[in-house]
Design a protein around this ligand. Sequence first.
Ligand code: TEU
Ligand code: CA
Length: 574
Amino acid sequence: MWWKNATIYQIYPASFRDSNGDGIGDIGGIHSQLDYIQSLGVDAIWLCPMYDSPQHDMGYDISNYEAVYPPYGSVSDIEQLISACHARGLRILLDLVVNHTSDEHAWFQESRSSLSSAKRDWYIWRPARYDAEGKRRAPNNWRSCFGGSAWTWDETTGEYYLHLFATQQPDLNWENRETREAIYASAMEFWLRKGIDGFRVDTANTYSKDTSFPDVPVTDPRTEWQYASHLFCNGPRIHEYLREMAGVLRKYDAMTVGELPLTKDIEDVLGYVSAKEEKLDMVFQFDVVDLGTGADRRYSVEPRSWTLSQLKERVRATQRLMDGESDGWSTAFLENHDQARCVSRWGCERNVELWGQSAKMLAMMVASLSGTLFVYQGQEIGMVNAPASWGVEEYKDVESRNYYDFVRQTSNGDPVALAAARTALQHLARDHARLPMQWDASPHAGFTAPDATPWMRAHDNYPDVNVKRQALDGQSVLSFWKRMLAVRKEYPDVFAQGVFANVDRLEDDDEKLFIFEKRGEGRKLLVVLNFTESEQEAGLEAMLGGKGKLLLSNTGEGESLRLLRPYEGRVYLV
Ligand code: TEU
Ligand code: CA
């Protein structure tokens, strides 16, 4: 199983590299950077959706599974990319988005055309309810993940359709066997036959819903639409569907990594990833990336609402899948296209020293964890969130915009509430991951032609933070990532497969240091991370007992067993 010790590099096509100067990244741009990608020491790439789409949710609203969004290129460009990757020994994964399609998909067009359409039952249609005053109401009070009702009224046939995400993303009806078979043929086998190595499976636990669609209790009295995710995640038939899907994948020996929001208990997660279940090979748990987000609404929260002890606890939760008693497999990641940059969330941007130190320390943390490792484009050079000085109009994501509008409406435009919303977006929005990749110090960070207008503005810091500059500097974040990945590869039993344990030391260190062990075959790692801006007592002498070999350090300075510098991190082999 190639993926067990692998590192997978995630690419967001719109923002990676523009090869033709239209301001939008494309397949040609990805193809042109395969040398760079390979130089990182990764084993595979995962492309976010590049299918044809009206882009209401950046390609997670697919209008044709068997075509490529024309600004990105063509099916033949993907075929060429697949062969180019394989010729270098790189694997390639695509994104599988089959909870919903775009409302412009031919299936939905046909489904919505009449009550008797052959594809009517391919989506989830329900009649209206009427209240005491005879006013038309949605079938229930569920809120969509992007805010507002999860149902949209469709005039043509006088019914509502369900959409867990944006209005333009109607949910497919997985209860219908014919629909499932069409999904397998069009979204999966069409691409598997072209030789891809697997899929990242979008919202892998939402296909089965409670089909009685009950109302949920009111938890937010400001609005009619209530948090209902627990009713559409982990539904009654989800395991049956995933097993059926795995049957298709098996024919091609393809791997899967499923996105698993809102599945918290280890037993439930194991239901998806335990090898004997034969469903998904691994999943992305949300424990770590959800830390510090609002409980009811993701952005209803102050910046940095987390503690180090919580972070440790959540890391441990994802690592439990690897503790030897379970037959599951885990993933390690801190970023993806839905998350703000990890340095801005968990590290420090106060000055250039602390930025670099904390970017490397976070790299050390995530790359020392067990499971398959995922690195998101730009993470390897320590890209950070868009500056606080940028106006809210720079935020383009549907989730960001909907949230800001929601606050505007419910607060009657209160400037204090709007300022808080903007602060939260600056801290957590999905937009931050979607800024152009920073290649060099030329205009727009070298992402597109100098005279082009990139679809999102390049970060102000690109003259300092870019690939070209870091590639020449042996002490850069980029050089550190390369070293880190090489060392991880050298000792797979402790890095990718070791058994994780927190090392609890002095009580009052708990919110300052993160120390953990990884036990492998007759040896172990000791990872010591200082999460503060000040020096800390390390006390390593006692912990190592003269036996440890320093594998990695992020300081480039001599090692002191007594003191750790700000955001210093070390990995010892014991
Ligand atoms: O995300 C689904 C998801 O579970 C959400 O948690 C998402 O991260 C959301 O932004 C959190 O508030 C997947 C994709 O990764 C995301 O880009 C898509 O917008 C979404 O599905 C719909 O396809
Ligand atoms: Ca382009």
